[in-house]
Design a protein around this ligand. Structure first.
Ligand code: ATP
Length: 302
């Protein structure tokens, strides 16, 4: 039995150290920076990263086409504009290509045709480090470091003071929870520490991003429905982090995006409808149908 156990145990520890490394989308992309096909041009530009260095960024997708494999087109000509400080949400059925758009903006892959512009330059003209430094990601599921909850927030900007960490935690509606823990900010979390709920982990990710203060925010909303109290706190926290930032939201629950500047409804790699919540409801098309279906689901759940 021991012969079987040892290799399994070894694999288990490789797995858990791998998982620890993949702290979040950003970190994961960072680790995988060296994709051979994504390179910096010799004259690559830098981009101010933080909102206290420059105003929010301007983002434009121009007829973007993309496929992971040559035989299957995923995006077939996507165009949209997120002016500085605006919020745009992307909705649509599973597999429509919503997350692909965020991967392309982060330049995890290069577009097959068309271009993505940030502040008037093709993102391929920036260094990858500069581009990624300017984008803060709040992923669906944040994996925490095996460290204190304070460190997990401070990771957004190493060198931040305790007062700054606490201010970010307050804005993210997680400070009171942290203070209720026996060791406060020194409480260890992660796989070997205190297990946090999905909503708590997301608020840690939000606090981290507030501290990072990026010019662009990429929110990948959690699919799972949260209880009403948690949902409310998360929404307050998200509003705090999105304020004044150029924000792209991959949304699953329509109730959270009723006040964004523009909603893009995707299907089969295209934008099928676009407009404000109100305009889309009046139109009585796909979005209006999704809204009605979600209202019915919510009513059934009680
Ligand atoms: P969901 O709401 O379920 O997250 P989505 O709209 O975000 O869906 P994407 O993750 O963008 O969808 O995926 C779009 C399509 O691209 C899917 O059909 C998916 O199978 C395919 N796809 C995603 N990643 C890869 C990959 N690395 N290689 C090949 N195909 C992929």
């Amino acid at each position: 039995l021991m012969q079987l156990y040892l290799p399994l145990n070894f694999l288990g520890s490789v797995y858990s150290s791998l998982r620890n490394s993949l702290v979040d989308l950003e970190h994961m992309f960072g680790l995988m920076d060296e994709r051979a096909d994504i390179t910096d041009s010799a004259s690559a530009l830098v981009l101010p990263a933080r909102l206290d260095e420059a105003p929010a960024a301007d983002i434009r997708f121009e007829d973007v086409q993309f496929s992971y494999r040559p035989d299957r087109e995923i995006l077939r000509g996507i165009s949209f504009h997120v002016p500085a400080g605006h919020r745009v949400a992307i909705v649509g059925p599973t597999g429509a290509g919503k997350s692909t758009i965020s991967r392309l903006l982060f330049r995890f892959y290069d577009v097959t045709a068309g271009r993505i512009m940030v502040d008037g330059h093709d993102i391929r003209d920036y260094t990858q480090a500069a581009l990624r430094g300017a984008i803060g990601v709040v992923p669906q599921d944040t994996i925490l470091f095996n460290d204190t909850i304070g460190y997990n927030i401070a990771y957004g900007r190493l060198g931040a003071t305790q007062a700054e960490v606490e201010q970010a935690a307050r804005l993210a509606c997680i400070h009171d929870f942290i203070m209720s823990l026996p060791e406060g900010y020194a409480t260890r979390v992660g796989e070997r520490g205190l297990k946090l709920s999905g909503g708590e982990k997301q608020r840690v990710a939000i606090a981290r991003t507030i501290l990072k203060n990026p010019r662009v925010l990429l929110l990948d909303e959690a699919t799972s429905a949260l209880d009403t109290g948690t949902e409310h706190e998360i929404q307050t926290a998200l509003r705090a982090v999105a304020a004044n930032r150029t924000t792209l939201i991959i949304a699953h629950r329509l109730s959270t995006i009723v006040d964004v500047d523009e909603i893009l409804v995707m299907g089969h790699g295209q934008i099928l409808e676009r407009g404000t919540h109100r305009a889309l409801l009046e139109r009585g098309g796909l979005y209006a149908g999704m809204w009605a279906a979600q209202a019915e689901e919510d009513a059934e759940r009680g």
